[in-house]
Design a binder for this molecule. Structure first.
Ligand code: 3UK
Length: 509
């Protein structure tokens, strides 16, 4: 009997180190890590785990800022057959308590700056045997640098199989507790080939910067697996990606590819420092994901920098982008077309194919789908339907085959019997000059009929005086007379998930 022996570290790290040993793979503010360094340090990390008796299939938690240590811990664990679980660095103590206990992580690798958030719970977790601090030293804790120094430098990579679980990501969702999404070894190269190479055409000449962090599936592909598969170089930035910080990285490192999220693109465009000479002089392409990119933002960016933003939709469950615009097939205001390696379907409530032009839920088929959620059988079965994964997103497909986003399945509502996608009203509001962003929810009026209510964030210096009537007419003209918000609340900001998605449920009265 043959088993399909495959450990992703061999392909991503060792094969690249063999031919590109001295080439920088990762550059952060303080250090450069070559492909050769990464191979060596990840072998040491594997020895650290083995010395700690953390064995194959055990989980370790990775709560680390984006520095060159992140790939070392991720690949070192995978080399040892240990499963790294990437934690969002923006969460609170309670959320970490849940994720550490849910995952039964046996070790925690934590950036010194984040230690205080988890410190209060470290004694409460029976499975957690080791806390290893990266970056600065922390009294009373093992330090990553010290452990790596002391560890042996040769390690026989564990012979995992292609279908074996390699790593987990936690998916926050807008309701319920986060779900551990279990991914296998083979998925990483699958996304790198289909999207990194197939859509972006990444090569060894690329220099990559992703404002989305490595703990997001989006950032993990953008800044770790895609550039590594291509032999490219990634710039890592550990801080908060403010427009100013991002412009600074662009100017300093001149990446060829930049990955952001819509809110950040909009904020960058609104920033006084947003001029081409403040950007990268080597930029060839930009990417946006996480939420839909308003057409105006994409077009304004293109005008300002002469470079397109490719909007694409991905999910933690599918690991990366499966539906996207392409450099040669781009239509702003849409999510584009199916990526190589993926098939898409739009289905109605009864599971039938949505007929031409109708809204349907998007289902996706492709080999990077996760194994399922950890210990959440009902949710796994509702999402992973055999070869097809339900996205929970509503779409229409136009005559040219482009997919148009219509919001989440659960946020849609009907006004006067006609579907309203909060999303399209939000887009209409956001296309007004005075507006940064908007959230729209369904609210019952005095007659118990559902109507749109909007929460609007205005640009600095814009007054809301008389703006309600202006925005009402603006929306009517843009998306249809019945869709205008019957109420508008002007607010300072919108409630969002840790991954930046609007939490409409918090706004419903
Ligand atoms: C929404 C989009 C419209 C959509 C992700 C790129 O966002 C990612 O993963 P998450 O698990 O969220 C998935 C959900 O986010 N979404 C993402 N991109 C778009 N909606 N247009 C878009 N371009 O609701 C989807 O179901 O956090 C993005 C790569 C990997 C990812 N995991």
């Amino acid at each position: 009997m043959t088993t399909d022996t495959y450990n992703a570290v061999t392909e991503f790290v060792d094969r690249q180190a063999a031919s590109l040993g001295d080439k920088p793979a990762f550059i952060d503010a303080d250090r450069t890590l070559t492909y050769g360094d990464l191979a060596a340090r990840s072998r040491r990390l594997a020895n650290v785990l083995s010395d700690l008796e953390i064995g194959r299939e055990a989980r370790i938690a990775v709560l680390m800022l984006d520095t060159v240590d992140w790939p070392v811990v991720f690949w070192g664990a995978i080399r040892a057959g240990v499963v790294p679980v990437a934690f969002n660095t923006l969460l609170n103590t309670e959320q970490y308590r849940y994720m550490l206990s849910d995952s039964r992580a046996e070790a925690l690798f934590v950036s010194a700056q984040l230690l205080d958030t988890v410190r209060p719970i470290l004694d409460e977790l029976p499975e957690l045997r080791q806390v290893i601090v990266t970056g600065n030293e922390a009294a009373g804790f093992a330090s990553l640098d010290e452990l790596l120094k002391a560890a042996g430098d040769s390690f026989e990579t564990v012979e995992t199989v292609a279908d074996e679980e390699a790593f987990w990501l936690y998916s926050s969702g807008s309701t319920g507790s986060p779900k551990g999404v279990r991914h296998v070894h083979s998925s990483l190269m699958y996304t790198a080939q289909n999207y990194g190479q197939g859509v972006l055409g990444m090569t060894a000449d690329d220099v990559v910067f992703s404002a989305a962090k490595l703990f997001f599936a989006y950032g993990l592909g953008n800044a770790l697996t895609f550039p590594m598969a291509a032999g490219a170089t990634t710039i890592l930035y550990p801080g908060r990606p403010t427009p100013e910080a991002v412009f600074n990285v662009l100017k300093t490192h001149n990446p060829t590819l930049y990955f952001g999220v819509p809110t950040l693109y909009a904020a960058m465009l609104a920033d006084p420092g947003c001029t081409p000479d403040n950007g990268s002089n080597a930029l060839r392409l930009c990417v946006s994901a996480g939420e839909a990119l308003p057409a105006e933002v994409g077009m304004a960016w293109k005008e300002r920098f002469g470079v397109d933003i490719l909007d694409g939709i991905g999910s933690t469950e599918m690991l990366h982008i499966f539906l996207s615009n392409r450099p040669d097939k781009l239509r702003y205001g849409t999510s584009g077309v199916a990526c190589p390696g993926y098939e898409l379907r739009l289905v109605d409530e009864n599971g039938n194919e949505a007929a031409g032009g109708e809204i349907g839920e998007l289902l996706v088929k492709g080999d990077s789908a996760a194994n399922g959620y950890w210990n959440k059988r009902k949710k796994s079965r509702a999402t992973f339907e055999g070869l097809w994964t339900r996205t929970g997103d509503k779409y229409t497909r136009d005559g040219d085959g482009f997919y148009h986003y219509c919001g989440r399945t659960d946020d849609m509502f009907k006004v006067s019997g006609i579907w309203v996608s909060p999303f399209e009203v939000e887009q209409a509001l956001a296309s007004h000059d005075a507006v940064i962003e908007a959230a729209v929810v369904a609210r019952e009026d005095d007659e118990g009929l559902v109507k749109p209510q909007a929460f609007v964030v205005l640009k600095p210096g814009c007054s809301d005086d008389g703006l309600y009537d202006v925005l009402k007419e603006h929306v009517k003209a843009a998306v249809g007379p019945w869709k205008y918000p019957r109420w508008i609340d002007f607010v300072d900001d919108l409630p969002k998930t840790a991954t930046g998605k609007i939490q409409r449920f918090k706004l419903r009265g």
